[in-house]
Design a protein around this ligand. Structure first.
Ligand code: FE2
Ligand code: FE2
Length: 177
């Protein structure tokens, strides 16, 4: 059974992951409003991943006899001054989440909760990828500057990201053919 301290921290992390889901969905809407549909799609895939992250902690708590408590989500930013700013925010947000995963790992070690180690190690690896992908696009946005054709090229490139199979956010899952 999982202890109270780690249980509480994981409930906080479910909230952080769901807020990530919400932020990226907001960013998706922002990009679609600019007709940057590839970026809108990329952010929607990103949002999907965050929901899965929340559910990984949810399942871990359920499996280990912890109590899942869904906390209130914060009202977060819903508008950005440029596509570059949105990706910069995404990169900063992933760094914030990495810090949270590190805190969870510290708590798990202090509490000698060895059963959570594989899950937290998975999240540490995942955060390397998350920082790398958002950081790379943020850098590319800086290089693009005011070059509209370069922005459109990147938009086309980001449109190629695939939804994981069976994602409820994939329009194909709910739109009639
Ligand atoms: Fe996440
Ligand atoms: Fe993430």
């Amino acid at each position: 059974m999982i202890g109270d301290r780690l249980s509480q921290a994981m409930n906080e992390q479910i909230k952080n992951e769901l807020e990530s889901y919400y932020i990226y969905l907001s960013m998706s809407a922002y990009f679609h409003s600019l007709s940057l549909d590839g970026m809108g799609h990329w952010m929607r895939c990103q949002a999907h991943e965050e929901m899965i992250h929340a559910m990984k902690f949810f399942d871990h708590l359920v499996d280990r006899g912890g109590k899942v408590e869904l906390l209130n989500l914060q009202q977060l930013k819903t508008d950005w001054s440029s596509p570059a700013e949105a990706f910069q925010d995404a990169y900063q947000h992933e760094q914030f989440i990495t810090g949270k995963i590190n805190e969870l790992t510290t708590i798990a070690r202090e509490e000698k909760d060895y059963a959570s180690e594989p899950l937290l190690a998975w999240f540490s690896d995942e955060q390397i990828e998350e920082e790398a992908s958002t950081g790379k696009i943020a850098d590319e946005m800086t290089m693009i500057g005011d070059d509209k054709s370069a922005l459109l090229m990147l938009d086309r490139e980001l449109a190629a990201r695939a939804f994981p199979a069976g994602s409820p956010l994939d329009p194909l899952a709910y739109k009639a053919e």
